[in-house]
Design a binder for this molecule. Structure first.
Ligand code: FAD
Length: 300
């Protein structure tokens, strides 16, 4: 069967694209390698989505899943490994199957950067975590560290401070990148300490993490280190395509079309100013509407 549109990734960008495409009558498929909601599943609390004062990421993800189900949108739980361009259609190759489609929307988001210091791999899941909401409870009433100076690091530190006895935020530079509002909130919490000029040299412990050794000679005792040190788009499956990118992010035009005709990209994998749920959802809606318009007016 040939689809009108295949959407790769079911985070907020892909889900919004799917809702708009399906409601306009297109024959669509979503391919998602993991869970509907994408990064939302790792967020403790969302307070900046219009109309929702506060919601946990997993709850918002579940609402999205239900919305897709109610619209009878087909989701294949597979990983896309390659895309091939044919004359009048595109082939999407996954770890299990091959699908044919006229249009593609890439909504694959970005993954958190991995910590690259001595013993980081050794202590993965033995103290090193990339998800506070998943693992925070394992360290109830314990001392933990967070590495990173951006919004994610600060937001998740606030969450951890409710569970753990102490949270130490380690920032490489002499100031934080996080929004002022978040910075001020963190400063008011008694059991959060911010350490600037604090690069990690190595991680120490016997079978699991016990302390973090800094390059400035200080040692910080902690049973867990939560890592929020930036992101990289998940686009390795495009390696065989000659598609325009800048610093590993996809370049799109005002319609969210990439340099390859019929392939659109939305959400955290494109070069843009801010990386938020609202911008991801907005892009998904616009791209799906443009695909619909293209299908209705193919001569354009
Ligand atoms: C800790 C943290 C807190 C945040 N807090 C907020 C907040 O409070 N408010 C806010 O607006 N934003 C917040 N964000 C940002 C927000 O989560 C992202 O901007 C948003 O999730 C981007 O949506 P997306 O659909 O582009 O990508 P994602 O949510 O990353 O979804 C991409 C999906 O694509 C799938 N995928 C990737 N590659 C493939 C492949 N090859 N085959 C099949 N599937 C694939 C992934 O499994 C994933 O499900 C936060 C982010 C983090 C990390």
């Amino acid at each position: 069967m040939k689809y009108d549109l295949i959407i790769i990734g079911a985070g907020p960008a892909g889900v919004a694209a799917a809702i708009y495409a399906k409601r306009s009558g297109l024959n669509i498929l979503i391919i998602e390698k993991n869970m509907v909601g994408g990064l939302l599943n790792n967020i403790n609390s969302i307070e900046n989505y219009p109309g929702i004062k506060n919601i946990s990421g997993p709850d918002l993800a579940f609402n999205m899943f239900e919305q897709l189900k109610n619209l009878n949108i087909k989701i294949q739980k597979e990983e896309v490994l390659d895309i091939k361009l044919e004359d009048n259609f595109k082939k999407v190759i996954t770890n299990k199957d091959t699908y044919f489609t006229k249009y593609i929307i890439l909504a694959t988001g970005r993954a958190t950067n991995k910590l690259n210091v001595l013993n980081a791999d050794k202590f993965l899941h033995k103290g090193i975590s990339y998800c506070a909401i998943c693992d925070g409870n394992l360290y109830k009433d314990q001392e933990v560290c967070v590495v990173g100076g951006g919004d994610s690091a600060f937001q998740e530190s606030l969450y951890l401070a409710n569970i753990c006895s102490k949270v130490t935020i380690l920032i490489r530079k002499n100031k934080a990148r996080a929004k002022k509002e978040l910075l001020n909130r963190v400063k008011e919490i008694k059991n959060i300490e911010i350490l600037y000029n604090s690069s990690i040299e190595r991680l120490d412990g016997k079978d699991k993490l016990e302390s973090v050794q800094l390059t400035n000679g200080n040692t910080i005792k902690c049973l867990a280190l939560f890592v929020y040190i930036g992101f990289l788009p998940s686009l390795a499956f495009l390696d065989n395509l000659d598609i325009a990118m800048e610093n590993n992010y996809l370049i799109v035009d005002n319609n969210y079309e990439t340099s390859i005709e019929g392939i659109y990209a939305v959400g955290d994998n494109i070069k843009q100013q801010i990386y938020q749920i609202v911008t991801a959802a907005s892009a998904g809606a616009v791209a799906a509407t443009n695909v619909f318009n293209e299908l209705k007016n193919p001569q354009k």
